[in-house]
Design a protein around this ligand. Sequence first.
Ligand code: AMP
Length: 425
Amino acid sequence: MSESVQSVRGMNDLLPPDSAKWRFFEQRCQAVFERHGYDEIRTPVLEHTALFARGIGEATDIVEKEMYTFQDRKQRSLTMRPEMTASCVRAYIEHAIGKREPVTRWYYSGPMFRYERMQTGRYRQFYQIGVECFGVAEPTVEAEQVAMLVDLYTGLGVPSLSTRVNSVGGAADRPRYRQALLAYLEPRAAELCADCQRRLATNPLRVLDCKVDTGSPVLAGAPRVLDHLTELSRARFDAACQALTDLGVAFQIEPRLVRGLDYYTGLVFEIQSSAPALGSQSALVGGGRYDELVESMGGPPTPAVGFALGVERGILALPGAADTFSPRPDLFLAAIGEAARRRALVLAHGLRGAGLRVDLEHRAVGVKAQLKRADKLRARASLVLGDDELASGRAKLRDMTSGAEREVALADLAVELASPPPASP
Ligand code: AMP
């Protein structure tokens, strides 16, 4: 195939029946988030590049090397969003939402774009669903979000979940920690990867997030942010952990968890699954508190907490074959002969109008092939129309699960399909 008609590397088509499994997952997320008071926000895929440089942090992997950035026809630098928090913060400020309501809870769902090294569970166009809560400084809100996620994944049957939390501290904590980290890392700089040696000067906290030397003893021995928090930050972290315990969430404190974005200021968290289908990409979702971002982007001081979950990884970890998520037709109408096919078309139209899900065969194929198709589609019932049925206005309605048949009037089909199937003999 010539290059022009292939999809872009790392960007995938979503085909049935996989799309049914996705829809199920998305609808479940939406239902759970709405139960917790979150309303949907949709923002454009394209934003000014400066939004992400300022929001996510200049010295992060995303901004340094993963963004799809280009000039538009007027030479403005635009970027396809690599994540949604920056866009939500922009919308929150642009529409002065904080003036309208003290607390805002948004959820979103959509494609994100990062030029990353591809593998199972890691793509260049991928989907995230996430929430942002603005206006609540109390650390119970991050615990509420984590408990909501654990319930979501547990309810979906995702196996072997583990929740890790840490605190990265805010403006009041960072300088002290930065100093301690630099004092430890600088004499050991030669043992760090090339990227991290550079990060020592630009953003030393990012060294803890190194993707190259994940098992490095230097990093394992690094000072912990948790030991350098101010009393207030430590108390807030402890209160969030207490709320998690109150909510019955099992979690571990992971001192090296810093997440790949610069805007976090307090509790950060990640939920992983060891489902084998995920391979090495075990992180299902990540998030945390970012109390300084709204103000740093030009808005009023606004505490905030949010997370983003990966849809592809959720689907990989979700048990069940994709085709079992496809909706089943209520009826498959098979027809023998031209006249019966014409009648079937009209019957199907009427039944669909009555709210039923009906499939039929338009092509002149044998009845055996038609019933095979009814089976494949997992139709609940089937009915064969031939000359006799047209003449009498009656036909045998077959329950595809039990095999039981009963004679029905074609005119009553909608009612018959709505009634429960006859008891098996
Ligand atoms: P992040 O926005 O980096 O905090 O990522 C949040 C979640 O999005 C991760 O836990 C993953 O589930 C998912 N995710 C991030 N990057 C990718 C990617 N390139 N491909 C697929 N999923 C991703």
